[in-house]
Design a protein around this ligand. Structure first.
Ligand code: FAD
Length: 383
């Protein structure tokens, strides 16, 4: 009998496992894939995500330090640098393996096994795998957004609440990468509906991808090929497709003895696509709640802490995303006309700012003509 079983050893699962084991809870983490495994991701780890780790990120994992962003829309380019680190680029296979190792070092037991299903009783959860059945007081589902385990709590996600991404890794000489990107993340609006394209610098390769709302991406592969071609990359790349939640809708993330974390809970920023920070944070909250409150209060406490610490913020990100993608030209004009707008937005990555603070700061500063436009968007979207 374990205190908790965690399904999935991505950032959410490993963060939950480490925090729980450090609290002295008997913790089992079940992961379907043998690590290290490939994970489709841009690998941008914001500074606020790094600050959640609870230990320094080893230098060998830090492939690039990012201090700014370059935003492309049609033939315009906006570039801002903060003069300090906003984001660190990591390769997910290595980063995730390291997090899992940290969880094991803290006392969590790791078994490679796919969780097939679970059954809850009054005082425990039976978790079935091909290897057999395990039993725990609680189950934490951290198995990402493509696995079905979460559906028993949240139901099947609607296409309107999911994004779809295509990503590839383009090998390149480090010197050329440095010259091309110069400490920036390259973001391209207008290449995917309700989303963007990206070129992120890593060690020896670029992460190149596009992502947008699933219900609007009818030809994601074709759009990705066009994006690769437009940026001078080879077209014979291995492409990986993956779903990504568009968080902020305030869904149910816990019931009885089962808690959802990270992508399983839908905790991804709909504006930027950042999910690692929320995965780490929700994993930690799950462990703290399981270890800290009576069993009968766990689901309710977890739900309300997630709403307060994660859900409300993701709600603002979702609103910003809807505004931006309804009128990208207006939004880009605002960014171009006031340096402070992008400066303030970038502070979210370092936790010096928040979406709530950003949206509340932005609205009164908008020129009256643009404000009218935004008010129309708000009203037409019922926001
Ligand atoms: C293309 C793309 C680019 C992205 N870029 C960024 C970025 O640059 N920065 C950022 O912050 N976020 C990014 N994200 C989002 C980020 O990848 C996710 O939010 C994050 O990985 C969520 O972590 P997680 O632990 O919840 O789930 P995952 O990382 O998906 O981990 C889930 C784990 O569960 C395992 N698993 C699945 N099913 C089972 C099962 N039944 N039993 C046992 N194990 C199971 C999987 O093998 C996996 O190891 C990106 C997402 C995509 C798709």
């Amino acid at each position: 009998m374990y205190d908790l079983i965690i399904a999935g050893a991505g950032p959410a699962g490993s963060a939950a496992a480490r925090a729980a084991a450090m609290m002295g809870l008997k913790t089992l983490i079940l992961e379907k894939d043998a690590f290290p495994r490939y994970k489709p991701c841009g690998g941008a780890l914001s500074d606020r995500a790094v600050s959640q780790l609870g230990f320094p990120l080893p230098k060998v994992l830090c492939e690039r330090t990012i201090t700014g962003a370059r935003i492309h829309f049609r033939d315009r380019v906006l570039e801002r640098h903060k003069g300090s680190r906003l984001t660190t680029l990591v390769t997910r296979s290595c980063f995730d393996q390291f997090l899992l190792q940290k969880a094991e070092d803290s006392g969590a037991i790791h078994v490679t096994a796919k969780v097939l299903d679970y059954r809850e009783t009054d005082d425990c959860v039976f978790v079935s795998t091909k290897n057999g059945i395990y039993r725990a007081r609680f189950l934490v589902i951290s198995s990402g957004c493509q696995d079905r385990l979460k559906n028993k709590i949240r139901g099947q996600a609607a296409k309107e609440s999911m994004g779809v991404c295509m990503v590839t890794e383009v090998e390149e000489d480090d010197r050329i990468i440095e010259e091309r990107l110069n400490g920036s993340l390259d973001i391209y609006f207008g290449v995917a509906e309700m989303g963007y394209g990206w070129i992120f610098p890593h060690r020896g390769y670029y992460s190149v991808g596009i992502g947008g709302l699933a219900s609007r991406q009818m030809h994601a592969r074709k759009m990705m090929m066009e994006f690769l071609k437009a940026n001078g990359f080879p077209l014979n790349q291995m492409l990986h497709g993956h779903l990504i939640p568009q968080g902020g809708r305030g869904e149910m993330v816990a019931r009885g003895r089962v808690l959802l974390t990270g992508d399983s809970a839908g905790f991804v920023d709909a504006f930027s696509g950042e999910g690692i920070y929320y995965a780490l944070r929700s994993g930690q909250i799950a462990a703290q709640v399981i270890g800290g409150v009576p069993a009968s209060k766990v689901a309710e406490t977890y739900q309300s802490r997630c709403k307060k610490e994660i859900g409300d913020e993701l709600g603002y990100a979702l609103q910003l995303s809807k505004m931006m993608h309804s009128h990208p030209e207006i939004f880009l004009r605002i960014l171009a006309s006031q340096d402070e707008v992008l400066d303030r937005y970038l502070e979210i990555a370092t936790a010096k700012g928040s979406y709530k603070g950003f949206v509340r700061w932005l609205v009164p500063r908008l020129p009256i003509s643009i404000l009218r436009s935004f008010m129309d968007i708000f009203q037409s979207k019922g926001l």
